[in-house]
Design a binder for this molecule. Structure first.
Ligand code: NAG
Length: 334
């Protein structure tokens, strides 16, 4: 085809993708079935990870829970088992479950420090042997140092980078080969709106989340380049979620009521919808798409003065102070 004709086709496809994306906003496509699929969730012991686990359990996926904290992880497993019991399909109830082959999902727990690549690789090997082929990989584990850069111990900065960014490389290297074999799978990156735009005092967190998003996007392109259309990718970018991770964070008080911290349940509900309809990216709340767009077109000084007006320039400072206080209290106790 000559280049002019090709250009015409590309323009048409670009317009189509806009129309399609708009249509998906109005008419939600059917959610895919996950019953019987194996789903690995990192950081499953708390926060969003725990909620992702329960949402997948409700849809009767087999769950593989990873966390560094054994007890917390077991608590999540207990919740998952409860949900399996509650959602057991009843045979002969006339609701059509007879048509579906009966599948009893199971939950597996592993203690794993995702910042250590040997720990990731050896745990992944166990999963392959004890559970089977992994379809869903939810890269969710995340930490924040919560110190001003110059007061932050180097180890904590490294840890944030390892957990929030490097770990995605190791888990993906562990589970992607099988997905490629089967041309079937789904990789989810739980990033943050702080992986799209930033504020003061969370350098480690922002750097790691920008890194995770760069990784995610490049890998998405690599799968497209290899025509592996059976493997889906979803990027999840929630604004501040009310999980206690950024406790104390505050914007200007007149504006704060319009941007309440997100309920984690809401955030995961939106993320699940995106995942199960193979949506490439989801920002919650939707206003964050606008903020992200503004950030890319406005001059830096314009952003600075808007941040000052909104109180977003130092919104993390109360959180950092809160962290400092609780660290000091812990130290004095010891
Ligand atoms: C797991 O993957 C292999 C191919 O690598 C395939 O032969 C096997 O059937 C798969 N197992 C399940 C349970 O899908």
């Amino acid at each position: 085809m000559n280049i002019a004709a090709e250009l015409l086709v590309v323009s048409f496809k670009v317009i189509c993708s806009f129309v399609l994306a708009g249509a998906k906003w109005l008419v939600k496509p059917r959610e895919k079935r996950v019953a019987g699929q194996v789903c690995v969730v990192t950081g499953a012991g708390s926060g969003l990870g725990r909620l992702f686990a329960t949402e997948f359990a409700r849809r009767r996926a087999t769950l593989v829970l990873w966390d560094i904290n054994r007890e917390a992880n077991e608590e999540t497993a207990e919740l998952v088992r409860d949900i399996y019991r509650e959602t057991e399909p009843r045979r002969g109830s006339g609701d059509g479950v007879e048509d579906v082959p009966f599948y009893q999902p199971r939950v597996y727990t592993y203690v794993c420090d995702v910042s250590k690549r040997e720990s990731v690789y050896s745990t992944a090997e166990k999963v392959r042997q004890e559970v089977g082929n992994v379809t869903f990989l939810i890269n969710n584990a995340g930490v924040v140092s919560g110190h001003h850069l110059l007061e932050c111990p180097d180890e904590l900065i490294e840890r944030t980078m390892m957990v929030n960014c490097h770990a995605h490389f190791w888990t993906t290297k562990a589970f992607l080969p099988k997905m490629l074999d089967l041309n079937h799978g789904h990789i989810v990156t739980v990033a943050s709106s702080l992986g799209l735009f930033t504020t003061a005092g969370v350098e480690d967190y922002c750097a790691s989340k920008f890194g995770a998003i760069g990784f995610h996007e490049s890998l998405s392109h690599e799968l497209k380049a290899a025509n592996k259309d059976g493997i889906k990718m979803t990027l999840v970018c929630p604004f501040l979620v009310d999980t206690g991770m950024f406790q104390g964070c505050k914007i200007r008080k007149e504006i704060a009521p319009f941007f309440p911290p997100l309920k984690p349940e809401y955030c995961v509900e939106q993320a699940m919808r995106a995942i199960l309809t193979n949506q490439p990216m989801v920002c919650t709340p939707r206003a964050m798409y606008v903020v992200n767009f503004m950030k890319t077109i406005l001059p830096f000084d314009a952003i600075v003065c808007m941040y000052r007006f909104l109180g977003a320039d130092k919104c993390m400072y109360p959180f950092l102070a809160h962290r400092k206080e609780s660290t000091n209290n812990n130290e004095s106790k010891i």
